[in-house]
Design a protein around this ligand. Structure first.
Ligand SMILES: [Zn+2]
Length: 290
């Protein structure tokens, strides 16, 4: 069912998406059809983490930018196999919002920032269900938690670039936007041997034509948008996160989710159960497009 969110002044409609972007928290009280939400994950995380990290993609969800810490030295390369490089997918647009609609696959994609314990809990829930996901990492997050790059890749997930500081890239100067893209690419290269398989713009669902060109110049043939917004960054409760996705997801969908929120951890088991019952495999974006 299509929903309308009208309470936020900077609502931007994403064609084909369940909702929009930069919405407030209009989902309170919405309940899923029949699925009880398993709470164990959230409980396991503990209350201390639930308040952590307002790190959603929406501009108004972000704390003020903090200075980036000094980069950790790169991991030694001896144990690290080279991570996959970006690929061009012939016939696909420069900016992807979804994959083929005629195959029973979907891709769960995550804004990669926030408490690494929550990130790890999200990944473990996906792995328990045999799902592979795509993580778009913020460069300064990789500086703070360099081990997360290999944690993600070694479990078979996709790892991509979500800019260096996660600022509003569409309104930056060309030079600043380039620095945001290449700054994260440099960190990914140092940690993994690759600039990552995808680039996703920051604080916007879609990139401007300029940002698409800059991403291509940096080595990413495609910019990764999405067609289903979980709105998990608004902390609407796990039931609402599940409903936002299950009411809109269909074959080929790319779903926007975030590390950093306990709701997301609690929502994943019922969400993955739902996908499984519908015969939709949760795969990486590379697998979705291949
Ligand atoms: Zn983001």
């Amino acid at each position: 069912m299509k929903k309308k969110y009208t309470r936020h002044p900077v609502f931007i409609k994403v064609p084909g998406s369940v909702g929009g972007f930069c919405v407030g928290s209009p989902l309170n009280g919405r309940v899923t059809k029949a699925e009880p939400i398993r709470r164990r994950s959230a409980l396991r995380l503990g209350a201390g983490l639930t308040a952590a990290l307002a790190t959603g993609c929406a501009a108004d969800e972000h704390p003020a930018a903090t200075p980036a810490p000094k980069a950790h030295p790169a991991r030694p390369a001896e144990s690290a196999r080279a991570a996959p490089a970006p690929r061009r997918f012939p016939g696909q647009p420069a900016q992807l919002t979804h994959g083929p609609r005629d195959r029973d696959r979907v891709a769960l994609t995550f804004h990669g920032q926030g408490d690494p314990k929550i990130a790890d809990a999200v990944l473990k829930e996906a792995e328990k269900a045999g799902a592979h996901v795509t993580v778009l990492a913020v460069g300064t997050w990789l500086d703070q938690h360099p081990d997360m790059a290999r944690r993600i890749l070694d479990a078979g997930h996709d790892l991509g670039n979500h800019t260096l500081h996660h600022q509003g890239i569409n309104t930056m100067s060309e030079a600043d936007a380039t620095a945001e893209i290449t700054g994260c690419a440099d960190r990914l290269r140092r940690l993994t041997g690759s600039i990552g398989t995808w680039f996703r713009p920051s604080r916007t669902p879609t990139a401007t034509p300029l940002v698409v060109r800059l991403a291509q110049r940096a080595g990413y043939p495609h910019v990764l948008s999405y067609d289903v917004d979980s709105l998990d960054f608004t902390s609407p409760g796990a039931d609402a996160v599940v409903e936002n996705v299950t009411s809109a997801v269909r074959p080929g969908s790319v779903v926007s989710l975030h590390f950093g929120y306990a709701d997301t951890v609690a929502a994943l088991p019922p969400l993955l159960d739902h996908l499984s019952r519908r015969g939709l495999a949760a795969v990486t974006c590379t697998e979705l497009l291949t």
